[in-house]
Write a protein that binds this ligand. Structure first.
Ligand code: COA
Length: 159
């Protein structure tokens, strides 16, 4: 069985991400949720906060680990002896970008494969940015993030 890496900014982790993690954990021997330090995005949560939050919500999955990485994803995978990158596909609009990323990653390191999992249709509209936008405007983020994260995300906006 292969070891998989599920990378992302997770700013914050959503129910859509969690759904992919749960399903991947049933397929792979080990899944490492790799929280990117050096994202081009300006994060709301610090890297320490994002790791802590992800750890908290995956604690029931014994074969899911949480780690952080900087630099090229494929180099991280090589270091960790992981041969699969998991990515979630939410809609056709994700395809072009993800196809480019998977292709460049394959060019960089040939023996790391990218596998795509279709995001549960319940969460196909979801993104971390949308969660932040709704919370910032004092909207309801229940059902979008794990229940225990609702006050944490709202707290970032002093709500
Ligand atoms: N459910 C809900 N939301 C989802 C989702 C799912 N199943 N899958 C993806 N998303 C959301 C993410 O939350 C993110 O939302 P945001 O844009 O509002 O933050 C958006 O879809 C895009 O996701 P993704 O493409 O995974 O972006 P990311 O910022 O979370 O992670 C990295 C990007 C870190 C994986 C990527 O930049 C990377 O690999 N960086 C390392 C450098 C490198 O090796 N680059 C490639 C070679 S040049």
């Amino acid at each position: 069985m292969a070891k998989a890496v599920y990378p992302g900014s997770f700013d914050p982790i959503t129910n859509g991400h969690l759904d992919i993690i749960k399903r991947a954990s049933e397929i792979f021997e080990e899944v490492t949720v790799a929280v990117a330090i050096n994202s081009s995005k300006e994060p709301l949560f610090t890297i320490e906060e994002r790791i802590e939050i992800v750890k908290r919500v995956v604690q029931d999955y014994p074969n899911v680990k949480v780690d952080t990485f900087n630099g090229l994803l494929v180099e991280y995978c090589k270091d960790k002896d992981a041969n699969v990158i998991i990515k979630g596909l939410r809609a056709v609009s994700d395809f072009e970008y993800e196809f480019q990323m998977a292709s460049i990653n394959k060019k960089l390191v040939d023996d790391v494969e990218t596998l795509f999992m279709m995001t549960n249709t319940k969460y196909s509209y979801l993104s971390s940015s949308l969660v932040k936008e709704i919370a910032r405007l004092n909207g309801c983020i229940k059902d979008l993030v794990p229940d225990e994260l609702v006050p944490i995300v709202r707290g970032k906006f002093n709500l």
